[in-house]
Design a protein around this ligand. Structure first.
Ligand code: ADP
Ligand code: MG
Length: 252
């Protein structure tokens, strides 16, 4: 299953992405956890070692690899170099989990063919279209890492939305972007739901058949975030609503 998680900053993308990743690992399913948000913190939320995370180089910064794989231009440009070794050597591994950081995408005007972006594209294409492992990508609201090519590999985009007007507006904007990229399924995840009114607000504002589920507001999550502690290590740490979303995601 190849999933992208998007939504407004602070809506809970990294939280939901990390919890989904943990659903996969708790079921012993091999999974790539991809931090594709320039405001990167998925690794910490997953509880990976901060020192190891600091040492892990984001893909856009692998100049040596990018040059060696001939993204440098010239007559002998290999349009589709094998990047499976990158998924071995530039990921943090913990049992069936492989974690990688994409890094901030380089903007190059309307026609950007810079080599870093081609390299990111190859790695994403390999992960999304060639490899068997599940993928959970933690994205920004801009979903700028996806192109028309790589978006074919995404089977589902989850748009995390808080029950506020601003949250809704961003969620709807992300939904339109995802539509432009022709992503198969774009489903909303209501997050930080405290009351029945929160739930009703989202249900009345978004199409009912477009919900993957709702996640309750959790004091425990907030407390752990304050202390900088990982969110999930055992099944008991999964937020109410998450296992249901995981089953839906896997069942579709
Ligand atoms: N269901 C929840 N209950 C309580 N706090 C939450 C919940 N989901 C997210 N948070 C908190 O909200 C903040 C933003 O969440 P985060 O996942 O980092 O958002 P994003 O990745 O979208 O910027 C964090 O402090 C996180 O702990
Ligand atoms: Mg985040």
């Amino acid at each position: 299953m190849k999933i992208a998680v998007s939504g407004k900053g602070g809506s809970g993308k990294s939280t939901v992405a990390a919890q989904l990743v943990r659903c996969f690992t708790l079921h012993q399913k091999p999974v790539f956890a991809v931090d594709a948000d320039p405001d990167a913190n998925l690794g910490l939320v997953l509880g990976l070692d901060p020192e190891e995370l600091d040492k892990l180089r984001p893909l856009v910064e692998l100049q040596d690899v990018i040059e060696a794989k001939n993204y440098g231009g010239g007559a002998l440009v290999d349009l589709n170099p094998n990047v499976n070794d990158v998924l071995e050597n530039y990921t943090l591994q913990e049992e069936c989990l492989r974690f990688l950081k994409m890094g901030a995408i380089k903007q190059g005007g309307s026609a950007c063919y810079c080599k870093e972006n081609s390299f990111l594209n190859s790695v994403l294409t390999t992960m999304l279209l060639d490899r068997e492992e599940a993928v959970v990508m933690d994205m920004s609201a801009g979903i700028e890492h996806l192109t028309r090519g790589t978006s074919r590999g995404i089977k589902m985009m989850l748009v995390v939305v808080e029950p506020t007007r601003a949250g809704l507006n961003t969620a709807l904007a992300v939904d339109r972007l995802a539509g432009d990229l022709e992503i198969d399924q774009v489903l909303f995840v209501g997050n930080k739901i405290r009351t029945e009114a929160d739930r009703e607000y989202l249900e009345s504002s978004l199409p009912p058949d477009r919900f993957a589920g709702m996640v309750a507001f959790s004091e425990q999550v907030l407390e752990r975030a304050r202390r900088g502690e990982p969110l999930v290590s055992t099944e008991g740490d999964l937020l109410p609503g998450l296992e249901k979303i995981y089953k839906q995601v896997c069942g579709r």
